[in-house]
Write a protein that binds this ligand. Structure first.
Ligand SMILES: [Zn+2]
Length: 691
């Protein structure tokens, strides 16, 4: 700890908050410590804001928040310095760096006996093990000026949900039982480290080597003033990605987003070519194609343009640039503005504010950057970041929450891009996300206890929100469906990177969990219990790629927060693994999500267009597939009359699609069948006597 003037860790603990604030303010005025922001809105609130991205362990089990604040104020000065020596100043994703060397230099005071260093090696590389250098990814430490003892620690950031959550063994602890001499040097060598293949941050993608020091042996370490880091660059262009607005009107400018990606689906580096537009096979000629897009000087390897259609119909476009080409999703063009248009979004993903994303992911992204990635790289229409809402689990505090809401509100751009204030609440009885229609939402005192759901729901009373469960039939915290709130839960998340949740025995696919469809917990089993659940799909991404899988299609009057929110609440939405398939589905003219009464056989109507061949369209009635069509084309339109209507029924549509070479996320979808699920229509059977 830095003992500056009359402020030290030992006396900080004895100071009242007010005294501490006064002392730090005085030191600040003297220039001894940095200027700081203090949030002291009332005496009952903590007066000091600690930094959430500071040392995780300290923050998570932080009985000494004021010490974290002290760290914030002193900004790691007086703790020594560190640099990477002899290695590259930047790396490409996927590049193997055979050896990293990090050198720490102590201050003129050295490190007292019993002090230590903690060095957090970057996520994405292979896990370090202690060794002499012969074993892969070995770590060895040498010191001049003190004999160190080295161990490796997992990043155990909290006891979540009764499970000790640990990320990899990434922290090397170097202890100095006899201290380190003034100015002493410590060199850490990390061999055979493979840099990860993700460089997804919107800006400033770096591999950090975080160095923390306890130089006065009080058992409390702080990050040094400038931990070293190395820039990470994406690779060269390997593919193109084009996404268009799904609904268009003749004569209107229609949005087209083009991104250039490297072989790991990161935004490509150094692309200066031009992308030309064309029509895909079988598409009509009623189109004014955009001018070629020049990528020289374009930031983030993505750009937006517009296309204008002159005739109604379904269109697929194509882009070409040298050897690269890609097809778009289909665009449905109307002669006049339709009552509702189709919009696509990902409303479940995590950023730097989620502890598990920070500690466990290859790379994550900052909160504002997540919206940029989804909107500009993937051409999404709406988004909601859902960081784990619990300070106890090490995520963010109420002050952060204010800022997160502000960023979400600023990213909301009515008519062009919609966002929701949202959060994820995880409990032993299941995980759910909460979406709010308004600009602000409460910071809940959420602690992941078994009765937490009741408490959370009580706290949400009076707020216009909905709370779909997710990965609800998975072995990791399956949703306890004995508790159900129809108004809070109009929809459920039937697909994410955790896999599919349609029916019992559904192969999980697309996920790393062995059991993704626990019997009794799946979507159709809940429909059978008369729960009126529509469907969503989301990514639940923890790697800084919101929108890379799991999309929700929403039919809404306009692209505004209010309209999208209302449509999802009304189940006017459907789920897609990734493909932006247009799906019109109605029963007797009632649209997906609706209920109605009938006494004669219902007529199901389908009109659909997909980026790839539609292998099968199945009508599912009360959990059974009752009719199938195999169109073997990208477009299909037909009616079907239920020949066997004798009781209440729900109907939904499941599409199976051929793999899409232009999928968003090749590591998940390359050569994989894709799916689309509609929300159901519920039909109440009127007996003859009731007509
Ligand atoms: Zn999540």
């Amino acid at each position: 700890m830095q003992h500056s003037n009359n402020l030290s860790p030992s006396n900080v603990t004895e100071l009242t908050r007010r005294q501490f604030l006064m002392t730090t303010a005085a030191l600040c005025a003297q220039g001894v410590i940095r200027p700081f922001a203090i949030y002291a809105s009332s005496d009952s609130l903590p007066g000091i804001r600690s930094l959430p991205l500071a040392d995780l362990q300290k923050y998570f089990h932080n009985p000494n928040a004021h010490l974290a604040a002290y760290e914030y104020f002193t900004a790691g000065r007086g703790l020594g310095s560190a640099e990477l020596i002899g290695g590259p100043v930047s790396v490409s994703v996927g590049q193997l760096v055979p050896e990293w060397k990090l050198r720490y230099r102590a201050t003129p005071e050295g490190i007292r006996p019993g002090g230590y260093l903690r060095i957090w090696l970057p996520n994405g590389g292979s896990l370090p093990v202690l060794g002499s250098g012969e074993v892969p990814s070995s770590v060895s430490v040498s010191a001049k000026g003190g004999q160190p003892v080295t161990t490796i620690e997992a990043v155990a950031f909290s006891k979540q949900y009764g499970i000790e959550f640990k990320s990899g063994q990434r922290v090397v602890r170097v202890a100095f039982p006899d201290g380190l001499a003034p100015g002493g040097k410590v060199t850490l060598t990390w061999k055979d480290v493979k840099v990860g293949d993700l460089a997804p941050r919107w800006a400033d993608n770096r591999l950090p080597f975080r160095v923390y020091a306890d130089h006065d042996a009080d058992g409390f370490d702080e990050e040094i003033a400038a931990s070293p880091s190395v820039a990470v660059h994406s690779g060269p262009a390997d593919r193109l990605l084009m996404r268009c607005a799904s609904t268009a009107v003749v004569g209107e400018k229609t949005r087209v987003t083009v991104a250039v990606l490297d072989k790991f689906d990161n935004p490509a580096s150094g692309y200066t070519e031009t992308v030309e537009f064309g029509l895909d096979e079988g598409t009509g000629d009623g189109i004014c194609l955009p001018k070629p897009l020049a990528f020289a000087g374009v930031e983030h390897a993505c750009a937006e343009t517009a296309v204008v259609f002159t005739k109604p119909g379904i269109y697929w476009m194509r882009i070409l640039s040298g050897p690269l080409s890609a097809s778009s999703n289909p665009v449905e063009v109307f002669a006049k503005a339709p009552a509702e248009r189709l919009y696509w979004g990902d409303i479940h993903f995590h950023t730097d504010y989620s502890a598990d994303a920070r500690a466990g992911a290859n790379s994550t992204t900052d909160y504002a950057g997540a919206y940029q990635i989804g909107r500009h790289r993937y051409g999404l229409d709406f988004m909601a970041a859902t960081d784990h809402h619990s300070l106890e689990q090490g995520n963010y505090d109420s002050e952060d929450w204010k800022m997160m809401q502000q960023i979400t509100n600023e990213a909301n751009d009515p008519g062009r891009f919609a966002t929701f204030v949202a959060m994820e609440l995880s409990c032993p009885k299941g995980d759910q996300n909460i979406y709010f229609s308004g600009n602000s939402a409460p910071f809940l005192d959420h602690t992941a206890g078994t009765d937490e759901r009741k408490k959370d729901w009580a706290a949400l009373e009076g707020f216009d929100c909905f709370a779909p469960p997710h990965h609800f039939c998975q072995d990791m915290r399956p949703w306890d469906w004995s508790v159900f709130n129809a108004s809070l839960q109009p929809v459920c998340e039937v697909f994410s990177n955790h896999g599919r949740a349609e029916y019992s025995g559904n192969k999980p696919d697309y996920c790393g969990h062995e059991v993704a469809t626990l019997p009794g917990h799946t979507w159709t089993e809940q429909l059978a219990k008369d729960k009126r659940l529509g469907v969503l799909a989301s990514s639940d991404d923890h790697t800084g790629r919101p929108g890379c899988c799991g999309l929700t299609g929403v039919w809404a009057p306009a692209l505004t927060r209010e309209d999208i929110f209302r449509s999802i609440k009304n189940r006017r939405c459907y789920a897609s693994t990734d493909s932006r398939t247009i799906l019109h589905f109605s029963v007797n003219g009632h649209l997906m999500g609706e209920s109605f009464n009938a006494h004669v056989s219902p007529v199901v109507r389908i009109r659909t267009a997909s980026p790839t061949l539609i292998r099968e369209i199945a009508i599912v009635k009360n959990g059974q597939t009752v009719y199938r069509v195999e169109p073997k084309s990208r477009f299909s339109e037909w009616d079907w009359t239920d020949p066997d209507f004798h009781e209440d029924a729900y109907y939904y549509i499941r599409l199976s699609l051929a793999p899409n070479p232009d999928c968003t996320n090749r590591s998940m979808f390359a050569n994989r069948e894709e799916f689309v699920w509609s929300s159901p229509v519920w039909v109440h059977h009127l007996g003859l006597g009731k007509i």
